[in-house]
Ligand binder design. Structure first.
Ligand SMILES: *Cc1c(COP(=O)(O)O)cnc(C)c1O
Length: 389
């Protein structure tokens, strides 16, 4: 079956009720047919659900679909994207280990690396996507993991995954961990290049309608097994309800992404023509510095457009306030288009210099382009550009 069909047809085995669509398994625990089965499942000699902190039919169905999409051997589901990202570090690393991360990463992931992990003796070094050759220099004897996001938030810088995975020829023991949230596995498949684990905030495009939080990490079976020990005993499991909802959302992921991408490309092109805009970043816009790579690595350009408005911070605020249909929020990947001012919200905890290093200016605006009719989105954006002059 093709990908779109698998996302619809991968399903929990039907119960004796002959339901067509997977039901919601609201049960904290599961029973054993006899004492021997209980022993065998606990001993890992037999597969089976024990307790919903470990697994549940709804989370299993959701994970199976993400594994199909990413081409992964195994996976785990989490209560939020950050719970997953945290487990992808904490479940695999120990005191004394070192992480090399590309600098443009999600704000909370930045806090993990710079504030929380040093408390537990796990250190990290940043490299800039603009100087990828620094990667080799940043690797230390105790480096256990390389972490990155591509495209990055909100600068939409790319890291060349084929180039990156060549590092394994020299450093085969280093785990490459990619947060693939912005692209989604429909547009980009890091594991095909040799990436070991992929994490996602399912809150974004996987849900796609701004309803529930969720996270998922998929990849090499041995690493997922190691992480399983961590999550069984720390409890960041996804709820059955969120898994049930997210699994159904994945049925429409390809359809939704096609529309997010075509709408976003139209908005990016319109912004590029406007005299009110200094620069537009969108991976599939020919003016993107890594356009060739974006064409090769991403099936389409994604749903996020970032631009710098002329007139800096005050103008950026006036622009957001002048939007009528599009609302201001820090979320992204919703069916509703969203406007965000990164430097005063999502990235306000960084210093001015740190922001400039990752391409966030006072006039930067991130648009998460939704599924509304593109004419309505374009009209709202153009009107706000005029009104904010
Ligand atoms: C939102 C986001 C996260 C965190 O996910 P939550 O579900 O909000 O915990 C991590 N990485 C990226 C790239 C994100 O956009």
């Amino acid at each position: 079956m093709k990908e779109e069909s698998k996302l619809i047809r991968t399903q929990t085995p039907r119960s004796s009720n002959r339901e067509h669509s997977t039901p919601l398994y609201l049960t904290s625990s599961f029973i054993f047919d006899d004492a021997e089965q209980g022993r065998a499942i606990f001993a890992d000699e037999q597969q089976g659900n024990i307790y919903s902190r470990y697994s549940n039919p709804n989370t299993t169905e959701f994970i199976d679909k993400v594994c199909e999409l990413e081409g992964a051997e195994a996976g785990l589901a989490f209560s939020s994207g950050m719970a997953g990202v945290f487990a992808s570090f904490a479940g695999l690393l120990k005191a004394g280990d070192h992480i090399v991360s590309f600098r443009s990463i999600f704000g909370s992931t930045h806090q993990l690396l710079t504030t929380l992990f040093p408390r537990w003796g796990i250190t990290s070094t940043y490299v800039d996507a603009a100087n990828p050759d620094d990667l080799e220099k940043a690797i230390q004897p105790n480096t256990k993991m390389i972490f990155l996001e591509t495209p990055s938030n909100p600068g939409l810088e790319l890291v060349d995954l084929a180039w990156l995975c060549k590092i394994k020829e020299k450093h085969p023991h280093i785990i490459i961990n990619v947060d693939n949230c912005f692209a989604t596995p429909y547009l980009q498949k890091p594991i095909a290049y040799g990436v070991d684990i992929v994490s996602h905030s399912a809150t974004k495009y996987m849900d796609g309608q701004g309803r529930v939080l969720g996270g998922v990490v998929v990849g090499r079976a041995d690493l997922i097994k190691e992480m399983m020990f961590f999550i069984r005993h720390t409890g960041p499991a996804m709820s059955a309800f969120n898994a049930w909802l997210l699994s159904k959302s994945l049925e429409t992921l390809p359809l939704r992404m096609d529309r997010h991408c075509s709408n976003a490309l139209a908005v990016a092109k319109a912004l590029e023509k406007s005299a009110e805009v200094e620069v537009v970043r969108y991976p599939h816009l020919p003016s993107h510095p890594q356009y060739e790579l974006a064409k090769k690595q991403m099936k389409q350009g994604g749903g996020i457009v970032t631009f710098v408005i002329k007139g800096g911070f005050e103008r950026a605020k006036r622009f957001l306030d002048a939007l009528e249909m599009i609302l201001i929020s820090s979320n992204l990947g919703d069916s509703r288009s969203i406007g965000t001012h990164p430097s005063s919200t999502t990235h306000s905890k960084l210093s001015e210099q740190e922001r400039l290093q990752i391409g966030i200016f006072p006039g930067s605006i991130r648009l998460s382009i939704g599924l509304e009719n593109v004419e309505d989105i374009l009209a709202d954006v153009k009107n706000a550009l005029e009104k904010s002059k």
